[in-house]
Structure formats: C-alpha cells, structure tokens
Design a protein around this ligand. Structure first.
Ligand code: SF4
Length: 480
C-alpha cells in the first residue's frame, strides 16, 4: 500500500501556534482530523499556513486514487479518493455510489426520476438513498435529449450522468444543465478530443470508456493533458461465464495499481455498469427477465465487494423491483461501516409512543445496533415508554459493562443530565438483564429503584404484561 503521510510530517509544516482558528484546540488535533478527513486544509487560514507549505501538505495527503465530485448541493456525490485496498487496511472514505439508468424516450420518465430522487430507506440509524441517475440517449436526437435532461434536472436534486458517445448530444445537454455539474459518460478513443474540450470548457467531470486497459489509461492521460481535472475509468462490464471474472479483474487491477503501487496512470475512480447486461440479453419471458435481473444483481454485488467507485444499474426504477437497490444499499452499508468506529447514536432521554408520568423508563446504551432495535421492540410491543440512552462510547450493554463504559456513575450522570425523573411520578429505572450486576450501585448513585428487565428487548412485552408493578416498586423504594 502507498505509504501514508505521518501526523508528524504534517505537523512540522504547520506554524504550531495552536491558535484554534480551525476550530480545533491544537495543531496536532487538526492534523489527526485532517488525516481522517474530518476537517479540510482550507480550515487553517492563510495567515497561519502560507501557500508553499499548504501545497506541501496537500501533496502529502493526496490519496493515491483521486476523488471525483459531481452534482451540486446536499446530494453532491464524491467517488474514489481511497487510500486503502482492503477495508481492514484502513478506512474506506467514499462508499460505492449507486446510479440507476433511464433513457430519454422512456414513456413514464418523469415519474421514474421523481421516484428515484425520493427513494430512501431508514436502516440502523442511516438514511439509505440512491446517488445518481444516468440518462441514456436512445432518441439519438440532440434537441430531444437536451430538452428531456433539462426537464429532469429541474424536477430532481439527485446528481445526473449524461450518457452518450455523441459529442453533439452531450454538448446540447451540457448547454442546458452545466450548472448542475453533471458527469459526462463517456470519452472514448473516437471522441476524446471533443469530449475533453467540452469538459474542460465547462469544468465538468468525465468517465473514460474502453475495454482495453492500456487504451483506457491513454485516453485519461490525454484528457488530463487537455486540463480535465476530474476523470473516472470504465473498463467495460461483461457478464456471463468467463466474462464476469475478466470484468472484475480489470476493475481490481486498476485499483491495485493505483492504491498498492501508487501508479499515477491508474489513479482514477472506477465505474462498473451491471446495467450493460440488458443490452446483451433480451429476455423473452418472465423467467428470462428474472434470470437477467439476478445476473445484474450478482455483478453489482461483486463490484461492491471490491470497492468499485460507482455502479450503474438498470433494475430498481419501479416498486416491483425495489429489492435490487434495497439489497445493494444494505450490502453497501455493511461493507462501508468503519469497523474501527463503533456505530453510535446520540445519548439522551426519548419518548417512545405517548408516555405519561406513570410510564416505565427503560435504559439502554448508545451503540446504534442496540438503541435502534430496543426502540423498535418497544414500539412493536405497543408500550408507551421513556427511553434513557446512556453514552457508552458506542459500545453495547455487555461490552460496556465489562469495559467500564457503562457504569453506575455514568448512568447516574445521565439521569441527572437529562432530568429523567422530572418527567415521571416515580423513581423506577428498568435496566437490561445484561447490566444486572450494576443494579445495587445504580440505586445508590442515582437514588432510584432498579428493576432488572429481560436480557433481550424482544422480551419487553411479556415482561410488561407479567411483571411490571409500579405500585409495588415504589412501595419498596419508599420503605428503604
Ligand atoms: S488554524 Fe492552523 S495554526 Fe491554528 S490551530 Fe488550527 S492548524 Fe494550528
């Protein structure tokens, strides 16, 4: 793997004044956050970081695979920019973007693009959405394509990819929506000069396409010489026996050569197009249709597995084949969750349903995969309750108790901070079964009566029906 700049190398280039203009307490904290891409180099102002040193740092932190941005505003997409070949080597910073293709002659085009624009699924604390719409030109008519693209761009916020090998068609569309910063697909050995000029003049990113890797790299180099700054590579997607592995090998070789060997020739993000199977296989029956769809899904999953920077799929534009983007987004979420960082949610005191002053207070940790299922189990059990979420640094109950991140004094602090017992007419706290050994200490530290609930929140409904007895608990609390 290409050697990463050390924090000390960067630190030495700063003025080390700890002036805090960047919002960090010290220059070293800024360096740590810079390497994790939590701050930008521009956050350290000119008077503390002169241009020459800024450039030196920029060169040190530039990832071996360059990033590419397209689209505008909140939905802007960044692909590539990776430093690690495998997720366990370091962190993947930009997850594989998922784009869905449509075409300009599509009868229900506007309904489809609005559906894709608004497509969102909330899963384990994250809103999963699609990243882009690729608009193919099937009309072969520059005017019609440009008009359609403009209508789409005005109706949606999701970034767009303009797809045609014909310079006239791309030029007409760019004239309409260049301010939305679309991605141009694609420059080939036949059209690269014209596409390069169009991209350069309008400062737009471009995908290069060739099934020959040497040729692909040469097109990218030529574009770069013309001043095109944002480039991605599509080495062609073939699906089927023998072809799928060849496709995957090409995509992996490009990444390998950039990230492992540091080759400037292949430093660009990669694009895979599982949608291309529909141009090869024309299904004649429902069974054929599903077989092609599964092959497309398989190709997309394989590409996600090797961190291809973006995939363009065909399926997923109707509610009938919603399983395809759902499966890909779920898989992507699992791959791109950083294993070094425990997924956490905010600590706090929350209402679940419509709790009142006699409702139970359940306690849990701020590990995302604990808090969200617990909340869901309470809702599914139709219990109106209060939920106290304690900051355990993102650890679950069992690990938090073992490691000290969930302790009686932390719980007492949370009870005090969130004024938990001000919301009710009792002092009863229900803790998870796995935190049972803290119960005595919590009663002392938080001045409350602790009830040990079930080991798993799926047992809460049964617990409430069979065991919850607020009067008894309060009587015992008052008699102490
Ligand atoms: S603004 Fe620059 S000089 Fe000031 S603390 Fe941040 S990194 Fe250091």
């Amino acid at each position: 793997m290409v050697k990463r700049a050390s924090p000390l190398q960067i630190y030495k280039l700063l003025d080390r004044s700890n002036c805090q203009s960047c919002g960090r307490k010290t220059c070293m904290e800024f360096v740590t956050d810079l390497l994790e891409r939590r701050v930008k180099l521009e956050d350290c102002p000119e008077n503390h970081l002169p241009a020459k040193k800024r450039q030196q740092i920029q060169d040190l932190i530039a990832p071996p695979q360059s990033p590419l941005e397209f689209g505008k505003g909140d939905r802007m997409v960044t692909i590539g920019g990776e430093e690690a070949f495998h997720r366990h080597d370091l962190t993947f910073f930009n997850q594989t973007a998922i784009a869905v293709e449509v075409y300009d002659e599509m009868p229900d085009l506007m309904d489809v693009v609005k559906y894709l624009d608004g497509f969102a699924v909330f899963r384990i604390g994250e809103n999963l959405t699609l990243d882009a719409i690729a608009i193919r030109c099937t009309s072969n008519n520059p005017e019609m394509y440009a008009k359609t693209v403009k209508l789409v761009a005005d109706a949606v916020k999701i970034p767009l990819i303009l797809c045609s090998f014909n310079i006239e068609i791309l030029s007409a569309a760019v004239a309409q929506i260049k301010d939305k910063k679309p991605l141009l697909y694609a420059a080939t050995k036949e059209n690269w000069k014209e596409i390069g000029k169009l991209a350069g003049e309008n400062n737009l990113p471009v995908v290069c396409f060739s099934t020959n890797t040497d040729e692909l790299v040469s097109i990218a180099q030529s574009l770069e010489t013309m001043g095109v700054k944002n480039i991605a590579l599509d080495p062609g997607t073939m699906i089927g026996p023998g072809y799928s592995s060849a496709t995957l090998n090409k995509l992996m070789q490009i990444r390998y050569s950039a990230i492992r060997d540091g080759s400037a020739l292949t430093k660009y993000p990669t694009i895979g197009v599982p949608a291309s199977i529909w141009a090869i296989e024309k299904p004649k029956s429902d069974d054929d249709f599903f077989a092609v769809q599964y092959k497309e899904a398989l190709a997309a999953v394989m590409m996600l597995s090797v961190d291809v920077s973006m995939v363009i799929i065909h399926s997923g534009r109707t509610k009938e084949d919603v399983w395809m983007p759902l499966a890909l987004m779920t898989y992507r979420q699992n791959i791109f969750t950083d294993p070094r960082i425990y997924p956490r949610v905010d600590a706090g005191f929350f209402k679940v349903g419509n709790p009142n002053r006699k409702s139970p207070i359940f306690m849990t940790s701020n590990y995302r995969m604990t808090k969200i299922p617990v909340e869901q189990d309470i809702k599914d059990s139709h219990i109106d309750a209060w939920l106290l979420v304690v900051d355990t640094e993102g650890l679950g109950i069992e690990a938090g108790v073992a490691g000290g991140q969930l302790s009686s004094d932390k719980i007492a602090e949370a009870v005090k901070e969130f004024k938990v017992f001000d919301a009710v007419d009792h002092r009863v706290l229900v803790i998870p079964g796995m935190a049972a050994r803290l119960s005595g200490a919590i009663e002392d530290d938080a001045n409350c009566y602790v009830v040990v609930g079930p080991g798993d929140s799926s047992g809460l409904q049964k617990y409430m029906e069979k065991e919850w007895d607020l009067d008894k608990y309060m009587k015992e609390y008052n008699e102490r």
